[in-house]
Structure formats: structure tokens, C-alpha cells
Design a binder for this molecule. Sequence first.
Ligand code: ATP
Ligand code: MG
Length: 437
Amino acid sequence: MLASKSFIPILKNNPTEAKIKSHKLMLRVGMIKQSSAGIYSWLPLGFKIMKKIEKIVREEQNNVGAQEMLMPTIQAADIWKESGRYEDYGEEMLRISDRQKREMLYGPTNEEQITEIFRSSVKSYKVLPQIFYHIQWKFRDELRPRFGVMRCREFFMKDAYSFDISEKDAELSYNKMFFAYLKTFDRLGLKSIPMKADTGPIGGDLSHEFIILAETGESKIYADKRIFEIPVDKYKNTQDSLNKMRSDFSNFYAVTDDQFKSDEFNKKVSTENQIQTKGIEVGHIFYFGDKYSKPMKCSVDSKEGKKIFVKMGSYGIGVSRLVGALIEAKYVKDKMKWPKSVSPFDVVIIPSINKNDTSNLDKAIKVYEKLKTSGIDVLLDDVDENLSTKFKKHDLLGIPFQIIIGNKTNENQLEFKEIDKDAEMLDLNKIIKILSN
Ligand code: ATP
Ligand code: MG
């Protein structure tokens, strides 16, 4: 892609309406554009990054056997009346009526919809367990939409739903999601910590919020710092390994403030291991048994011919929130560096352009063509600006690798730089190797 032909409307200065760095940066480099409070258009650059995050989320859901589907954004109020949540959900729900005056709503979540689908087609324990997911827009009329994509009214979420015959089986589905979440965030270059969360009247310990540390996070957290050292890649998707993973994480204290008790914290965690800080909730997994299946009469026949209300769990990831969360985590000292896995481009070529001498640009175009034929997604910054302006711009754009074409470049050696590291002179084949990794 040529920078001169692409739509990346960078602002000269930080937008004044934004309070946190992710919101500032997303507006400044033209990733999003507000349409009304808490509702955004995703411009090409921001959309490309979000799609890459979505792909990783999808792959890790598929890896644990969850099946993708797509439910509508607009739902009928009737099913929400059956579960009792039509009233309970309150003003966060956007209620609509159609031309026949039928009550509809823009889905804030999908427990009712999936339960309705499941009960109309599944009658026997034999097809259990099942896990479904979709990645779809949600609407919640948040009281205080703020911080850009972190707390919006319209946002993009992956939500999965599990169906099992017993609580014991449901725990295995839960553990699969626990595993998929840690893998997903790991691939995104984020250290996420599963924190015990409130289970409400259901009780038990099957609810975790996945939190990444960030000063601007809205969740207060208290943890034993050794939980950060557990290596995620040692676990596998087998029943024993999944159980082990859950119990290893449970060994260390990690809670958000609604679960926090200072006596317990001081008793369980020695002072030198205590962390109290803030974080961003990027995912939430929750087992809720027959909370929806019972009022909605979603049952299956057991082996013994008894009607059993299916045991369900739901599992959300804030896909659009993750774009902001990644910036909060990776934007340091006015320099952004996207993890390779989600960067909008693999590399940017930055030629020093001189009006009277096109030789650098000519060289850059040759390198650009060669990289493209090697399957590398490359941005060529062919805009007529001086080098220091370009460098400032690329500090904001955060493409992790740069090829700088100026007076240091010769036929065989190119100046190659990974953000945060020193530049080195390398030949193009070596560069292609590094970028293809
Ligand atoms: P929060 O505690 O942040 O309000 P929640 O508990 O209401 O979130 P869930 O219903 O568990 O959220 O939704 C799953 C995920 O969707 C959350 O972990 C979060 O990443 C994301 N999410 C929830 N609400 C919003 C929002 N208003 N804007 C952007 N992302 C959101
Ligand atoms: Mg939550």
C-alpha cells in the first residue's frame, strides 16, 4: 500500500476531547471517527487492526471446538420476557418497536437468543456438550460512555455459550474457554490475568474476569505477583492439562475489588508478593447453570429418560475494546509498537525524498515490489515530507519494523530498524526472512 493513496487522516495535534492515550491515539491517527456518543465508525486502519484481533479470537475458539455462527443484532422482546430480563436489564437496553408495534431490542448479549435456538432443536443428552460462539455488534446504552472504544455504546464482542448435561461436564467446557482465553491474549502479546469474579446467587468459583494491567483501567485489582509468571504455553488442550491450568492459576490470589477482603489478602500473600493496581477487563467467563434454561424451559432427556435443564455458561471477549487495550499496554513514551500479530502492516519503507533527486524513492519502490511478491504486507511512505516529520508520524502509527532508505543505503545493504531497537544494515533476503517469521 502506498501511503500517498491510503486514507490515514493523521491530525497534527492530540484531540482535546480524549482523556486516555488509546482514545487520543485512535482519533489522532484516524483509526476511528465518532458518530455520536459512544458510537464510532471504524476507519480503514483501525478496522484492519480489529479484524486481525478478531481472527486470532476466532482461531482460538475453533481450537477448543467451539462452533461459529451468527445471531442477529435485533432480537424479539418475547424471549427476554421469558427469562425475566426484559425488565431487569433496565435502561442499558435499547428498546425499539417495529411498524407492527412489536417490541424489539438491539441485543446487549445473547443468552436468551441462543437458549431459544437450542431448545427448539436439541432434545437429547446425546448431542451434548456443545459450545457455540458468534462475533457480533452489541449495543448497551451505557450511562457514561467514555475512553473511546473502551466503554462504548456500540461495540464488537465475541460471545460463546456452552451447553452441558451436568455441572461436572460444564466445568470442562469452562476450562476449555479458560484455556482459549489465555492463549488468545498471549497471541495478542498481552499478559492477561484471570481474576475471580462475582458469581452472584449461583455461587461457586466459576467466574473469571481476564484483566490486563494498565493505569487507565477501570478495574481495581489485588494479586499475588507470582501469578504473572505462570507460562501459558506449557498447557495443552487435554482434560488433565486443562484441570492443571485452572488449579495452578487458582493457587495464587487474584481478585477485583468487589471480591477483595484485606484480611484475606494479607493472610494469603506475603507483603513482597502483593500487587495492587488497575487493569482493563478484556474478557469475562461465567458459569450460570440453569439460570436461563429453567425459566425458558430448555431441557434435554438424560440417559435415564429424565428431563434435565441444560447447564450453561457464557464467555465474552471485548474485541473492539482490545484495540484500545493494546494501545494502553503498548504505547510507551509517545511511541506505539503494535505486536506483530495484529500490526496494520508488517513493515514500513521510509525513503528520504528529495524533490530534485528521485533515486531514494526509486530504490524504495524496488524494495516495495520485492517485499510484496514475498507476501509481506508493506506500507511505502512515498509522501513528500521531510524525514523527521515521517519518523514522528511512524512513532504514532506503530508499525513494528522500518526500512529506512537514505544516504546509508547501498545496493546490497538496507537500514532496517525494529522500533525500540537500534538500526542495523541488512540485505533484503535477511529482512524478508525476519518479516516472514
Ligand atoms: P464491564 O464490567 O467492563 O462493564 P461487563 O461485565 O458488562 O463489562 P460482559 O457482559 O462480561 O461485560 O462483556 C464481555 C466483554 O465485553 C467485557 O469483558 C468487555 O471486554 C467487553 N465490553 C463490555 N461492555 C463494553 C462496552 N461498553 N464497551 C466496550 N467493550 C465492552
Ligand atoms: Mg464483567
